[in-house]
Design a protein around this ligand. Structure first.
Ligand SMILES: [Zn+2]
Length: 181
């Protein structure tokens, strides 16, 4: 990861927040907003808040790391204004912006965005893994598809430790459940 890109992106976000504060006369300190670059998968950005122990809102912005690496211009010109328009809506409900309604859209466009609900960046879907749930001596064990198939074919068996005791697992220990995460 190119950390200077993240630094530059953070600067752009803070500048855009400053612009939003001026344009919409917001009671908001942009530096108090938690900006994270931790989104993966198809979500380009996310704006939200948590209510802290003083009953105040702590706003946060999250952006997609792949978007920053591979679709810089799109992130700067579309995603940043889009998410900040949500922050404007949260901070100043009197404007009447909710979700992606027309008022939100006009705020987004005033911030330089395209006013659209969705982005068109070709982001990579998060890869999901299939797990087979085995039960042995009261413990649940997740086995990968490869391991499960080896068990089915009878070519291999796996052993598993429960409370210091080694148990040999067979396909009979599969409880029939499959989870995809
Ligand atoms: Zn949105």
């Amino acid at each position: 990861m190119d950390y200077s890109a993240l630094r530059d992106m953070r600067k752009i976000i803070i500048e855009k927040l400053d612009e939003a504060v001026m344009l919409f006369d917001l009671d908001l300190d942009p530096h108090m907003i938690d900006v994270r670059f931790d989104l993966k998968g198809r979500t380009g950005g996310y704006a939200g808040y948590k209510v802290n122990s003083y009953g105040e809102r702590d706003y946060y912005l999250r952006f997609n790391i792949e978007g920053i690496t591979d679709h810089w211009d799109n992130m700067v010109n579309v995603l940043v204004p889009h998410e900040i328009a949500h922050i404007v809506a949260f901070v100043k409900p009197s404007l009447g912006a909710k979700g992606h309604n027309r008022i939100w859209s006009s705020i987004d466009r005033r911030l330089g965005g395209n006013g659209k609900r969705t982005h068109n960046m070709p982001l990579t879907k998060v890869r999901k893994t299939t797990w087979y749930i085995y039960e042995i001596a009261g413990a649940k064990v997740k086995l990968s598809k490869i391991r499960h198939n080896r068990m089915l074919s009878g070519k291999t068996s796996y052993s598993y430790m429960v409370a210091g005791v080694k148990y040999k697992m067979s396909v009979d220990n599969w409880n029939g459940r499959v989870v995809v995460v």
